[in-house]
Design a protein around this ligand. Structure first.
Ligand code: ADP
Length: 635
C-alpha cells in the first residue's frame, strides 16, 4: 500500500498522514473492525473517507450532527468524491432521489442520521444494500455513560446486523474505559484494533494553583491575565460567576477588551461577543462551558479555569482551546476545594428534567459523574506530571517528554528564594530529611498515606504484616498527627523533593517517590529549598513566622559591640566564602548562614569543627556542610 500517500495527496490534497491515520486506514482497508479514539480536530474523518474513496462500494457513515454532515458532504463533493446524505432536513423529493440511487448500487459515501435507519423504506432497503464499510462517528453516543447519549445509537448494532455485518469503524474523541467497552459491545466490534492517540499537546503548559480561599481567586486571576498579553479565556462554572468575574476584570484590567458569554444572555449579544473575541487582539473571554463549540481561535495563549470543571474530558476540551497554533500556551486551573460543591449540585440535579426516568439509571449516572469529579479533583491536586495524567485518563500511550507542566518544572525552578530572610533551622532540615528517608524506605511502592502511617508509628496490622514496624523510620514523627505528616509530604512534593507516579498497570493510585533533588537533600549534599521554612506551622504564641521546633541550645555568649580590624577582615573573608558556597549551591546567601552568625564566628575564632558547632546558628548539619570551608577562610 505504498501508494496510500499519493492517494492522500491526489484525492484530498494533503501532504502527510497524521500520527496513526495510516495504521487505521490500513486496518480498515484490510476489513478489520477498528475503534479510533482521537481528540477533536485530529483528523478522524479521513480514516473512513480515504478508504471509502479508494475502494469500490458503499460506505455508510452514521453521524448525529446534521450541520457537520452537510459540511462534510459538500467538502467531499468539492474534492470529486461521490457522496450523499439522508437526514430530516432533506426534502421528500431529494430523499426519494437518494433512495433510488442507493437501489441502483450507489458507490461512495452515504451520511445517515441515526433515526433514518428506522424509517419503513430504509428498513426495507437495508438487506439489499452491499455495504463495504459501516462508520460510526461520535460513537460515544452509544454509551449511557458518555456525555451525550442518544437512544437511537443503542440500536446501531441491530442496524449493522441488518446490513449483513459489514466491517465497522467507530470514531470518538471521548472514550474512557467504560465508554470504550460500551462501544465495542453495542456495535458488536469483533477483535477490533483500538487506536487511542493524539491527546498529547506538548505546547500546552498545564498547571493547577491551589487557592484555599475562594475570595483570593480574583487576585490570582488578575495576576495571571496581567502576565499574558495575548488572547485569554476564563471558564467559570456558573452564569453568576461569569458576571462577577467580568465586572472584576472590567474594573481591574481597563486596557483589555473583556467579553462575557453564557447561555443566559440573548443570542444576539452572545454572537456579538463571540465575534468580537475572535477579531480583537489581547481580548479576554469570560464564559461558561457554553462557549467554545465551533470556536477555533488559533492564538489563545491562556485558558484559566476559575472553577473546577466536572470531568477531565470537559477540562481537556476547554483547556485545549489554548495554543491551537502549536505555540507555547498555558492552561491554569485555579483550585479551591469549595468548587466541588458546585459540581456536586449539578450532579444531584441529574435526572430532574426527566421525572419519568428510572431511578436506578439516574443513580448509576450520578455515581459515574461523582467518580469523574473525583478524578478532576485528583488532577487538581496531583504531584505527578499533569500531561501524563491526562494521557493516562484517555488511554493514550504516547510518551511524555520535555514536559512543561508545573509539576515537572518544580525541580528546575529550585532553589526557591522567595521566603524573605528566613533561615532553615537544623531541626527543620532534620525533619525534611526524616520525611524523605521514609519515602525512600518505602521504595516508591506506596502512597502518601502509608508513608505517614509509618512515620507516626501507626499500630495496625498492616504495619506489622508488611514489616514496616521494623523500619528505622517507624514512629520517627510520633509527635505529629497523620494528617499533619500527610500535609508535610505534600509540601515536599510542591517543593520538588518528591513526586507522585502511577505504577504501571495501576491507574490513579499514586505512589510517592523521591526526585533527584529529594535524594540530594536526604543525603545532605543539598539544602532543602527556603520555601519549606514554614513547613511546621507557626505556634500561635510565638507571634513569628519562623520555625520553632524544640531544640537544645548550644550557644556561645553573643559577642556584642563592633568587630576590631582583624575580626572585620575575617568577617569579610567568611562572607566571601559564603558567597562562593551560595553560588555553587544556587541558594540565597542567608540560607547558608546569617551575617550575625558569621560575625560571631569572626569574633570568637573557633578553631575546630566542634567549637564551630557551639556558635549560635551553626548546627551539626551546617558544620558538616560548610564548617571546613569557614574554618579555612579564617586561616
Ligand atoms: P475530527 O473528526 O478528528 O475532529 P476532522 O476529520 O474534521 O477532525 O479533521 C480536522 C481537520 O484536519 C480537517 O480540516 C482536515 O482536513 C484536517 N486533516 C485531517 N488529516 C490531515 C492530514 N493528514 N494532514 C493535514 N490536515 C489534515
Amino acid at each position: 500500500m505504498a501508494d496510500l500517500r499519493s492517494q492522500l495527496q491526489e484525492l484530498f490534497g494533503l501532504e502527510e498522514f497524521r500520527p496513526a491515520q495510516r495504521e487505521v486506514i490500513e486496518d480498515v482497508l484490510a476489513g478489520k473492525d477498528v475503534l479510533c479514539v482521537m481528540p477533536t480536530g485530529a483528523g478522524k474523518s479521513l480514516c473512513y473517507q480515504l478508504p471509502a474513496a479508494v475502494q469500490k462500494g458503499l460506505t455508510i457513515v452514521v453521524s448525529p450532527l446534521i450541520s457537520l454532515m452537510e459540511d462534510q458532504v459538500q467538502q467531499l463533493r468539492d474534492e470529486g468524491i461521490p457522496c450523499a446524505f439522508l437526514n430530516s432536513a432533506l426534502s421528500a423529493s431529494l430523499r426519494r432521489q437518494v433512495m433510488k440511487e442507493l437501489e441502483q448500487g450507489f458507490d461512495g459515501l452515504l451520511y445517515v442520521a441515526p433515526e433514518r435507519f428506522f424509517s419503513a423504506d430504509f428498513q426495507e432497503l437495508m438487506p439489499r444494500l452491499r455495504v463495504k464499510l459501516f462508520a460510526v462517528d461520535e460513537a460515544h453516543c452509544v454509551s449511557q455513560w458518555g456525555h451525550d447519549f442518544r437512544p437511537e445509537y443503542l440500536r446501531l448494532g441491530e442496524v449493522r446486523q441488518k446490513l449483513g455485518g459489514p466491517p465497522c469503524i467507530a470514531l470518538t474523541a471521548t472514550a474512557t474505559e467504560d465508554v470504550r467497552e460500551d462501544i465495542i459491545h453495542q456495535l458488536g466490534l469483533k477483535e477490533p484494533t483500538i487506536v487511542v492517540t493524539g491527546f498529547d499537546r506538548p505546547n500546552l503548559r498545564y498547571a493547577s494553583r491551589r487557592v484555599p480561599k475562594a475570595a483570593e481567586k480574583g487576585g490570582e486571576l488578575i495576576e495571571l491575565l496581567r502576565a499574558e498579553p495575548g488572547s485569554c479565556i476564563v471558564y467559570c462554572a456558573t452564569r453568576k460567576a461569569v458576571d462577577e468575574v467580568t465586572s472584576l476584570l472590567s474594573a481591574s484590567l481597563r486596557d483589555r477588551p473583556i467579553f462575557a458569554y453564557h447561555a443566559g444572555m440573548d443570542q444576539a449579544a452572545r454572537t456579538a461577543n463571540q465575534d468580537r473575541f475572535m477579531n480583537t487582539s489581547r481580548a479576554i473571554a469570560v464564559a461558561t462551558n457554553a462557549f467554545g463549540m465551533g470556536i477555533n481561535k488559533p492564538d489563545v495563549r491562556l485558558v484559566v479555569h476559575y472553577n473546577l470543571p466536572g470531568t477531565l474530558e470537559a477540562y481537556y476540551q476547554e483547556a485545549g482551546r489554548a495554543g491551537r497554533d502549536t505555540l507555547p500556551s498555558r492552561c491554569v486551573l485555579l483550585f479551591s476545594y469549595q468548587d466541588r460543591y458546585t459540581q456536586e449540585f449539578f450532579i444531584d440535579r441529574i435526572g430532574q428534567d426527566n421525572p419519568g426516568a428510572d431511578p436506578k439509571v439516574i443513580e448509576t449516572l450520578q455515581s459515574h459523574a461523582r467518580q469523574k469529579l473525583e478524578l478532576v479533583i485528583r488532577y487538581a491536586q496531583t504531584h505527578r506530571c499533569r500531561r501524563q495524567m491526562i494521557l493516562d485518563y484517555f488511554g493514550d500511550t504516547s510518551d511524555v517528554s520535555n514536559c512543561n507542566c508545573d509539576v515537572c518544572r518544580r525541580e528546575e525552578q529550585l532553589p526557591d528564594s522567595d521566603v524573605a530572610s528566613q533561615v532553615l533551622s537544623d531541626d527543620l532540615i532534620t525533619l525534611v530529611r526524616q520525611l524523605l528517608s521514609a519515602v525512600a524506605r518505602l521504595n516508591g511502592k506506596f502512597g502518601v498515606g502509608v508513608v505517614a502511617e509509618v512515620l507516626i508509628g501507626s499500630q495496625n496490622e498492616k504495619m506489622q504484616r508488611w514489616g514496616f514496624d521494623k523500619l528505622s523510620v517507624f514512629g520517627l514523627l510520633r509527635a505529629h498527627s497523620g494528617k499533619r505528616v500527610i500535609a508535610m509530604l505534600h509540601r515536599l512534593m510542591e517543593a520538588g523533593l518528591a513526586r507522585q507516579r502511577d505504577p504501571d498497570g495501576v491507574k490513579f493510585r499514586p505512589v510517592v517517590e523521591l526526585t533527584a533533588t529529594g535524594v540530594a537533600v536526604m543525603k545532605g549534599t543539598q539544602l532543602p529549598p527556603a520555601s519549606l521554612a514554614d513547613l511546621v506551622p507557626r505556634r500561635s504564641s510565638s507571634g513569628s513566622a519562623s520555625v520553632r521546633i524544640s531544640r537544645e541550645t548550644r550557644v556561645v555568649p553573643e559577642e556584642s559591640g563592633p568587630l576590631d580590624a582583624e575580626a572585620t577582615d575575617r568577617f569579610e573573608r567568611l562572607r566571601s566564602v559564603r558567597q562562593d558556597i551560595a553560588r555553587q549551591k544556587q541558594l540565597p546567601a542567608y540560607c547558608i548562614c546569617l551575617d550575625a552568625t558569621l560575625r560571631q564566628i569572626a569574633a570568637t575564632r573557633p578553631d575546630s569543627l566542634s567549637s564551630l558547632e557551639r556558635v549560635k546558628g551553626m548546627g551539626p548539619y551546617k558544620v558538616k556542610m560548610y564548617g571546613q570551608a569557614l574554618l579555612d577562610a579564617m586561616r
